[in-house]
Design a protein around this ligand. Structure first.
Ligand SMILES: [Zn+2]
Length: 460
């Protein structure tokens, strides 16, 4: 769990050729031939600024490998195109495609992803300009759920709204910045519970609904960011068996492994414990692009009751941008915080008195001097994880799993004939292990979106 050591300057050389051994790139810590390390004058100022912001302690003399130069140049181009303020600065939450180095030309076109979750919302990032929600169903309700239920800002809608938008949102409310990798995929939303509880058998009912309707909606991927009630062997457990049957019938099951890795007992529950599921743990990339110094999130991990190693891969599970549910007190609070952050200092007392009742912390600060109010506003914005009027940053393997689902949707766009076991194997074989982290916690390592999609595209 230790962080990667800080790179040490090597005298005179463009990079650390310590002891004559093959040098490591000081940024990604992959081995590079000496001729492959670029340093000093070979790097543009923009690139140097971006690498420095993402890798504290790095200096141009240390150099970096060609692969890092390519990745950072790509990241810089993305930032300039979508959000110039982020380019070269170590602030703000980085968009998921950028952090994964994803290929921009794939967007999950022609692929339907089903989400099993506590509830959903027809968020603008999913329904505008084209409504991509093919179907909404509630397997816990006798009337089965109606499309208009997706307009209600109720508590149960939060979780599934966030998981579905993390994978398939098009960033409509952020000028395209916070989009998912599968921003043109279609969605089927299957409500299996509520904010209070998601029952084991209701998740199974969700799978069964998907299996009955997969051909009708061309469903290829099922994301499950919720777990059952108890550990169980797949030999007997009907939820695990439903997940395995889904795989057999051609659906990739992406399952969140859970968030209990900091406890002595850290169970992997069905369906994440099912052998065929692609089970996803969390990566903590520190909201940086450095590709080293990464850590694992406190995800649950195996062995499962059947003795299987889970998770198979990890993906960003913290510092993930996710939407705020419109029409809720949280949305009003975020709107006010961003309005105050943009206001002139002398306007703060008036704005606060006009907006009493939205944020109790700010109400309590009324009467303080404008400069003190300014720092209150900033502290509150950080405490609430608000990154813009419409987005917060969130954490949990609930978000790592849909990120992997969105990579799989890109892979299926590139090569529609791939079967779920092929998708799983390609995602595993292209993943990169974190050298400082136990294998139990990361499986085959961090998914590499670009390598996985390229591998899919070249599969015949
Ligand atoms: Zn490198």
């Amino acid at each position: 769990m230790a962080h990667a050591p800080r790179p040490r300057p090597a005298s005179g050389e463009a990079a650390s050729t310590v002891g004559g051994a093959t040098p490591l790139c000081p940024v990604c810590r992959r081995r590079a031939g000496a001729a492959d390390l670029l340093g000093g004058s070979g790097l543009t100022d923009d690139l140097v600024r971006l690498v420095t912001a993402n890798m504290p302690g790095w200096q141009p003399e240390l150099g970096l490998c060609r692969e890092c130069v390519r990745r950072f140049a790509k990241a810089h181009a993305y930032l300039v195109a979508h959000h110039p303020r982020l380019a070269g600065e170590a602030q703000g939450i980085l968009p998921t495609p950028l952090r994964l180095g994803a290929l921009e030309r794939y967007k999950g076109r022609g692929v339907t992803v089903a989400f099993l979750d506590s509830g959903f919302h027809a968020h603008p990032d999913l329904v505008g300009p084209r409504d991509r929600i093919l179907r909404y169903v509630d397997v816990t309700s006798p009337r089965g759920g109606r499309r208009e239920d997706l307009e209600q800002p109720e508590e149960s809608a939060w979780h599934g709204m966030m998981t579905s938008v993390v994978a398939c949102g098009n960033g409509r409310l952020s000028g395209g910045l916070y989009r998912g990798l599968a921003s043109e995929a279609e969605l089927v939303l299957v409500k299996c519970g509520s904010i209070r509880r998601i029952a084991h058998d209701d998740i199974r009912r969700g799978f069964e609904w998907v299996l009955r309707n997969r051909k009708r909606y061309n469903i290829r991927i099922v994301n499950v960011s919720c777990g059952g009630d108890y550990e169980a062997s797949y030999l007997r457990d009907s939820l695990s068996q439903a997940a395995d049957r889904a795989t057999r019938e051609g659906l990739l099951v992406c399952a969140a492994v859970g968030n209990l890795g900091h406890l002595p007992h850290h169970p992997v529950l069905p369906p994440a414990s099912a052998p065929s599921a692609l089970t996803v743990g969390g990566l903590d990339d520190k909201n940086r692009l450095a590709f080293s110094g990464y850590d694992v999130y406190h995800s649950s991990y195996g062995p499962t009751v059947d003795g299987l190693q889970k998770p198979e891969v990890i993906a960003p599970g913290i510092w993930v941008a996710a939407p705020i549910l419109p029409g809720t007190p949280t949305a009003r609070q975020a709107h006010l915080l961003m309005q105050l952050a943009a206001a002139k200092e002398e306007e703060l007392p008036r704005l606060l008195s006009e907006n009493r009742g939205i944020d109790p912390q700010l109400d309590a600060a009324a009467g303080e001097a404008p400069a003190a109010l300014r720092s209150r506003v900033e502290a509150q914005r950080r405490a609430q994880n608000v990154i813009s009027e419409h987005y917060k940053h969130v954490d949990g393997t609930s978000f790592a799993a849909p990120i992997v689902a969105s990579v799989a949707a890109q892979m299926l766009e590139a090569q529609p004939a791939l079967r779920p076991e092929q998708l799983k194997r390609l995602l595993i074989t292209t993943a990169r292990r974190l050298p400082e982290v136990d294998v139990d916690r990361q499986g085959w390592g961090v998914i590499d979106a670009e390598a996985a999609v390229l591998a899919a595209a070249s599969t015949t």
